[in-house]
Design a protein around this ligand. Structure first.
Ligand code: AMP
Length: 310
């Protein structure tokens, strides 16, 4: 079986939306990504760190989804990363109420020996230095390396970020971050500039407006499903990344045509995550539900003009 290695936070989240509020629940970019990737026929490895307070039942939950958790370090003297966020009616914007880095503060990733030859490597949004430390521990370069990042690293560690970006094949960022990183407003121009920084593909996530994938010669637009209710957007981007990289690990086809499929699969998975709090929905996703949703994406974008109009 082909192997995906994901590196990302495993966390406690506390979320408030106009539709309700949670206690501390299971969260983290690595968690959402690995759960999304568990829908594929791949070896699904996760590297992360948690604290002494992280419940064994959450680790078991990941195990039950065939995630190999031997790369999750448990620190005996530190608490687990904790993040709290609040959304208002406009779900594209959120207030971060609390970020307690705890065990993530001095995270030095330790990639277990049997994780060092992945076909696909997904670097979740961590410091660019940590992301690079993971790449440097690989025995051979993975066939494809994807990374997520955010404006915080552009503000605080731009040089380090540039170094890491130059080493990856796919960069996933949102529209505002694409503009910030490139210094350009219009997304096609901005994406071209980002491509010149090294990646072969740039995926620009636009929340409820879908995602664009750019390569040197091509562009493809994936819609977001127009949902009646977005209940909680937390983890949508990470679910997208897990669906995208999981699909690539299973198919091992890195042509632009197949990248388009991967973007649709990632978008379909993310559309489930936002329907419930945290990982509730993505934990229980069935193949049939996923298949039906991908059909909806097809229907949403296919059309045929009558002949002889033009
Ligand atoms: P997203 O909604 O895709 O931005 O991802 C939200 C997830 O990212 C939550 O589950 C958080 O636990 C996690 N998260 C938030 N801030 C950070 C951070 N600074 N480093 C790592 N993970 C984070």
């Amino acid at each position: 079986m082909n192997t995906l290695l994901t590196v990302g936070s495993v966390a406690f989240d506390q979320i408030e939306t106009p539709y309700g509020k949670t206690d501390k629940i299971l969260g983290g970019a690595g968690t959402f990504g690995a759960l999304a990737a568990s829908n594929f026929n791949i070896t699904n490895n996760l590297v992360s760190v948690v604290g002494y307070d992280f419940p064994a039942e959450y680790l078991q939950l990941l195990k039950n989804h065939n995630v190999d958790i031997s790369g999750i370090e448990q620190k005996e003297d530190e608490k687990t990363f904790f993040w709290a966020g609040k959304y208002h009616q406009n779900m594209n914007q959120r207030d971060t109420l609390v970020t307690e880095l705890n065990s993530l503060a001095n995270f030095v990733p330790k990639v277990p020996g049997h994780f060092k030859n992945p076909d696909v490597l997904m670097l979740g949004n961590l410091t660019p230095v940590v992301q690079r430390q993971v790449i440097e521990q690989m025995n051979v370069r993975p066939k494809i390396i994807a990374m997520d990042t955010m404006n915080f690293w552009m503000d605080t560690m731009l040089d380090e970020l540039h170094k890491t970006i130059s080493m990856v094949d796919v960069l996933l960022i949102n529209d505002e971050e694409t503009r910030q990183l490139s210094g350009e407003y219009f997304l096609p121009v901005a994406a071209k500039k980002v491509l010149q920084m090294g990646p072969k593909f740039v995926i620009v996530k636009k929340g409820e407006h879908g995602a664009l994938i750019f390569s040197e010669d091509d562009v493809f637009a994936a819609p977001a499903l127009p949902l009646d209710l977005v209940f909680d957007p937390t983890g949508a981007g990470d679910t997208f990344a897990g669906g995208f990289t999981g699909f690539l690990a299973q198919t091992m086809d890195f042509s632009f045509e197949n990248m388009k499929n991967a973007v649709i699969v990632g978008s379909a998975m993310a559309s489930f995550t936002v329907e419930k709090f945290g990982t509730e929905k993505i934990q229980h996703l069935t193949k049939d539900e996923l298949f039906q949703r991908i059909e909806l994406f097809k229907k949403l974008t296919s059309f045929e003009l009558p002949k002889d109009v033009f």
